[in-house]
Write a protein that binds this ligand. Sequence first.
Ligand code: UD1
Length: 433
Amino acid sequence: MVTDSSYSAERPERILARRSGPLHGEVSVPGAKNAVLKLMAATLLADGHYELSNVPGIADVGTMGELLAAMGVTSRIDPARPDVLLMENTGVITPEAPYDLVERIRASIVVLGPLLARCGVARVSMPGGDDFGKRPIDMHLKGLESLGATFELRRGYIEARTDGLHGADITLDFPSVGATENIVMAAVLAKGPTVIDNAAREPEIADLCAFLNSMGAVIEGMGSPTLYVHGVPQSDLRPVQHAVVPDRVQAATYMAAVAACQGEVLVRGARAEHMEMYLRRLREMGVQSTPQNEGVLVYSDGRRLRSLDVQTLPYPGFATDYKPLVVTLLTVADGVGIVTENLYPGRFRYVEELQRLGADIRTDGHHAVVRGVSSLDGAQVRAPDIRAGAALVVAGLMASGETVISDIHHVDRGYDDLVGRLASLGADIERVR
Ligand code: UD1
């Protein structure tokens, strides 16, 4: 598993960042956290050996590996290829996801669908992970119920069972990423066809569907709001090799660093077609980008960024995971920008940290009003979650003096050597004790 001890949550390292720029060179974007964790869960569906490549070296991959190991699916990094995860479904599955692992990673709820499909029963602790806002799972359970599962909530555990899943027509109240994934993975082995309307359309879901189809599943409508899943017998599924889709949020982070520090950087592996809304917003702020065969070239000429208003929406709208980055850029932009969060009510906690750096931000419900200041000043701040932690790193590269970011185990959950990659572009940044 991912065992690099310098990334262990037990060792309280910090990130030290100083004003940097311009950034130059190229940076490669690893595979997406929000895809690889679901692909790993999908290996519960069929026995045998899998090979996932372009796997990010992040703590959450290790946690998901531990969770699956407890169920009977082992995983290890290929010693010759650090981005390759070798997994084996031993065929002896214990359909139980224990509290101590599930509470570390909310994405673990996606084992529920495959476990039900594979074993007919599942016992899964209620999920934890990033602690922002209330994150219910009612749509997951309602969708799986339509497929013939029943649930009891007992002492913090979801106890699920079915006498056999069957296809159904399901309309989600909201295009939930996790609910779409859980339902798709269950429907793959259900008897008959399933239609999921108002399905989430994120590129990571399309990646999961492509993975399942290469295993032998029959899913149509990928990338559209309606998914059609034609159930197949379990004997039709086989293990496969698959390259994880590049991480658009990590890509967005390096692009935000260029916006913050100026310069010209090729973000290798970034897919412009997966980040259209983000690139459009960057252009409106004055940061240019050119899609190329191998990635996206981003450049900023040093003029002050322009403010704008942004609201988060399900894909293809502006992703909530980009929001801390754009709020950070707005803190020094010319004018006032209003950022509206439509997905997670409580997701503005990093604002206090940006205020420590001198940012002028007022929050009101799910809006943040950001008035650009001429510059930020370095300070000690804390990473409250994965994405906000990365945004504070970007803020540290703009601020005068030194910015010290603590609680960086959050950043390590989702970023593969953020500090090393930024340093390779010329940023003045290091990990310190
Ligand atoms: C995934 C991503 C996360 C991203 C989010 C939205 C992973 C591991 N995480 O999270 O990085 O920020 O998509 O793009 O892929 N909701 C309900 N009931 C449900 C399910 C969801 O009310 O049954 C609500 C949630 O509380 C939240 C909103 O719907 O307010 C979006 O949730 P969802 O799309 O399910 O996100 P996740 O899969 O949790």
